[in-house]
Design a protein around this ligand. Structure first.
Ligand SMILES: *[C@@H]1O[C@H](CO)[C@@H](O)[C@H](O)[C@H]1NC(C)=O
Ligand SMILES: *[C@@H]1O[C@H](CO)[C@@H](O)[C@H](O)[C@H]1NC(C)=O
Length: 393
């Protein structure tokens, strides 16, 4: 009997410990929390399936941050019951993932994976600008980040600007600072202080006269010139106003053609960076569901597509692309307006989007037609992920 009681007591204790990894927050949270506490909070609605899917991940995050000794508290709140708190955090869609630090709220809009969210939590929880005090630390950071912004030099007005940009863009990227002697000798900087981005195996220095204000430059430069792109990244790239040239390839096991498409994009990105990097990002995307949703029709894989996320527009090559030369012609055509764009968010397109979304929701196999009424490729099965992504922002 004593054993039985111990077991009950133990499991109660264990449950309490497990539950404490993630605290349930209500409307009194803002009054009861400590001033210096850092919080990672998930707002959910009881009926929301995406929220339920996130539950085990959320629990893991809570337990891992705890065992790592992180200062981040993990909480969740039913936004339909605690409307005051949800309003305070401007929650409009579910699940919403936010962080609170020194009364500033940071919104997470990346993929809802444990790694993605943990990285976000650690980034926000740490210093706004991380100081790299040795070459080893610099190299370690380089090995972990595809894109790395570094302020080089002593305190200056530029540093002030850099720090204030960091406050706004820390949700997207890390900010570092270092003194000149910490950087490898091969990095040559004509003047100090400087803001440098290391990426694509090289580095670029910010110049106000050429690059405009620091925030827009960092916003434009925060992606690698060529990379694997998922729907979240694509959407974030769109916010920079640049176009994205994609090679759409198979989800797994790339065929010979896919590999060729991918490497064509990669070599154009590398060799013609000067000509296109102001206007475009380059990459490849595994699977075509997301793009099929964007163009409202099935896209065959592999293919090339240029997307304009600012207006949901897209461009397809007018002919077959065999050579790098063909691909460059296509890009030039997009930029000089001679390749006709599709999509966009004009009134006609919005009606088409509405009809498309309704069909995808209602019918398993909707017929998809071109703007001129001719059937467009094969019927569709996937759901329209673009829309769900937008709703979650
Ligand atoms: C700091 O930002 C302001 C406003 O964007 C700009 O006018 C100024 O030139 C910047 N200063 C430096 C040193 O970059
Ligand atoms: C992309 O969309 C924006 C916003 O509508 C537009 O201003 C821009 O011209 C478009 N770019 C191209 C190449 O069509």
């Amino acid at each position: 009997m004593a054993d039985g009681r111990t077991t009950v007591l133990l499991s109660v204790l264990m449950f309490a410990a497990a539950a404490a990894f993630v605290e349930e927050l209500n409307d009194s949270f803002m009054e009861t929390k400590g001033d210096d506490e850092i919080w990672l909070i998930k707002f959910y609605a009881p009926w929301c399936t995406f929220c339920k899917q996130l539950d085990p991940v959320w629990h893991q995050i809570g337990s891992e941050l705890r065992s790592l000794g992180s200062p981040v508290h993990v909480g969740k709140s039913d936004a339909t019951a605690n409307t005051g708190l949800a309003k305070e955090f401007c929650v409009r869609t579910y699940p919403a993932i936010l962080m609170l630090k020194k009364n500033i709220k940071y919104n997470y809009s990346g993929a809802r994976t444990k790694d993605g969210i943990m990285d976000f939590a650690n980034r926000i929880a740490g210093p706004l600008v991380r100081s790299l005090s040795s070459l080893q630390l610099f190299q370690h950071a380089m090995s972990r980040h595809d894109v790395m912004f570094v302020y080089v030099g002593a305190t200056s007005p530029l540093k002030g600007n850099y720090t204030s940009v960091a406050e706004q863009l820390i949700v997207h990227t890390y900010f570092f600072s270092a003194s000149r002697d910490v950087l490898p000798k091969a990095v040559s900087l004509s003047t100090l202080p400087a803001v440098v981005v290391f990426k694509d195996g090289t580095y670029f220095t910010y110049r106000e006269e050429r690059d405009g204000d620091l925030k827009s430059w960092i916003n434009r430069e925060r992606f690698p010139n060529f990379s694997q792109i998922d729907s979240y990244t694509l959407y974030a790239m769109g916010e920079t106003g640049k176009l994205v040239l994609l090679a759409l390839v198979e989800e797994k096991h790339l065929g010979e053609e896919s590999l060729r498409y991918k490497s064509l994009v990669e070599s154009v990105a590398a060799e013609h960076r000067e000509s296109y990097s102001r206007d475009m990002y380059f990459g490849f995307m595994a699977g075509s569901d997301y793009i099929s949703g964007l163009v409202m029709g099935e896209i065959i894989v592999p293919s090339f597509i240029v997307v304009n996320l600012s207006n949901d527009g897209y461009f397809l090559p007018p002919g077959t692309v065999q050579t790098e030369h063909n691909l460059l012609d296509f890009l030039d055509g997009v930029l000089n307006g001679s390749v006709q764009g599709h999509g966009g968010n004009g009134a006609f397109q919005r009606v088409r989007r509405l009809v498309y979304d309704t069909r995808v929701t209602l019918a398993a196999r909707p017929a998809v037609v071109n703007e001129d009424g001719t059937p467009l490729l094969t019927p569709l099965l996937g759901s329209h992920k673009k829309t769900s992504k937008k709703k979650s922002d």
